[in-house]
Design a protein. Structure first.
Length: 138
């Protein structure tokens, strides 16, 4: 585990012990915010997924999985830009058994439908509607 992942792991443990149960990673054009709803962690991703931010989302998900998070929902509705490296990051996340990608934004849908070879990512936006997401993860 690299130093960045180790730091994220420490902050995530602290967040799980805090009363508000939130964990936020921010950058100039990127943010993830994790909140807990019982056994489900919901990670809202906003901003740009590019070479500088793609490793952050992968590291965030890896930290949650290492902490034993068995149900992780990654909400991509607020992603405003994605390139090939961002798509590769999402494909690796989509392969994890405990992770469900939901509410793919228009940029993510467009790139995934034309470029992704990962059926978990290509089909994510057709299998989960906003209504289903709201009902399952209040």
């Amino acid at each position: 585990m690299n130093a960045g992942s180790q730091d994220l792991l420490s902050r995530q443990r602290a967040a799980r012990n805090a009363e508000d149960e939130r964990f936020i990673i921010e950058g100039p054009a990127f943010q993830t915010a994790v909140r807990y709803n019982g056994p489900v962690a919901v990670m809202a991703v906003s901003g740009e997924l590019d070479p500088s931010t793609a490793p952050l989302i992968v590291a965030s998900v890896e930290v949650l999985v290492r902490l034993g998070q068995r149900h992780l929902v990654v909400d991509l509705d607020e992603v405003t830009f994605i390139d090939g490296e961002g798509l590769t990051a999402l494909e690796s996340i989509a392969d994890l058994q405990s992770v469900t990608l939901v509410r793919l934004s228009a940029p993510v849908r467009q790139l995934a439908s034309s470029s992704s070879r990962n059926p978990n990512l290509r089909d994510a936006y057709t299998s989960v509607t906003r209504e289903t997401f709201v009902q399952t993860v209040p």
